[in-house]
Design a protein around this ligand. Structure first.
Ligand SMILES: [Zn+2]
Ligand SMILES: [Zn+2]
Length: 228
């Protein structure tokens, strides 16, 4: 029987299912993960249980809450299916489960329901460069995520309208049209047009927009999602 931290453990109790390859691995096959746990600074929240494998919070999570802790077996790391995470660069917080390893994760988009991959490179960028909270995860595919940013941007712009700022007006109109919201675009245009003299270059510019909006509406929407 192997001994861990002075206590006997049955080999079966040491078996962990690697979240990357989904294979059951025994203790000889996840030495890197154990080294990572032991290397955590003892004064940090994440290092508090250092050296006590049987009660180690992270080992326990890997064992009893599959899918909640990201780590990888030695084989996955060696084969390049997974890459090592640097926990010291991640945003630390009580009870947060850090990313000991990164591997591509299959996700389902919250908005369109399509499958997409949250790549390991992107994960590393999120948690170690951008310092995103370690429990943050991608919930939208890249296209829907872009769409959401545009929706948010449009909401912010419409919340503080400035009808004299033509650069802003152009951005608002482009966004409204991309969402197929012709009525709102026309309304915004009408507000803006009131502020410029007939025959002025600005007035002509806005008139041209009006013609463009009408033409686009007649051409039909290219399946735009609902505008806010
Ligand atoms: Zn594995
Ligand atoms: Zn999507």
């Amino acid at each position: 029987m192997p001994t861990i931290a002075g206590q006997y453990v049955s080999p079966a109790d040491c078996m962990l299912r690697c979240p990357c390859c989904q294979r059951l691995r025994d203790i000889d096959e996840y030495q890197t993960f154990l080294r990572q746990i032991n290397a955590l600074p003892p004064q940090s929240n994440v290092g508090r249980q250092r050296g006590r494998l049987l009660t180690n919070y992270y080992w326990d999570a890997a064992r009893h809450q599959p899918g909640t802790l990201h780590w990888a077996c030695d084989q996955c790391l060696e084969a390049g299916r997974a890459s090592l995470g640097d926990v010291s660069r991640q945003h630390e917080h009580c009870f947060a489960l850090p990313h000991f390893a990164y591997y591509d994760q299959e996700k389902t988009c919250r908005d369109c329901g399509r499958a997409f991959v949250f790549s390991r490179g992107e994960q590393q960028h999120w948690y170690e460069e951008l310092q995103f909270w370690v429990e943050a995860t991608r919930v939208r595919c890249p296209a829907c995520s872009r769409r959401k940013h545009e929706r948010d941007r449009l909401s912010r712009l419409l919340a503080a309208p400035d009808y004299t700022d033509l650069a802003r007006t152009r951005e608002i109109l482009q966004l409204l049209l991309s969402f197929g919201n012709y009525a709102r675009a026309r309304l915004y245009l009408a507000q803006s047009r009131k502020l410029f003299a007939h025959g002025s270059p600005e007035y002509h510019w806005l008139q041209a927009w009006r013609a463009d909006i009408n033409a686009r509406e007649q051409a039909g929407p290219d399946a735009p999602p609902a505008a806010p």
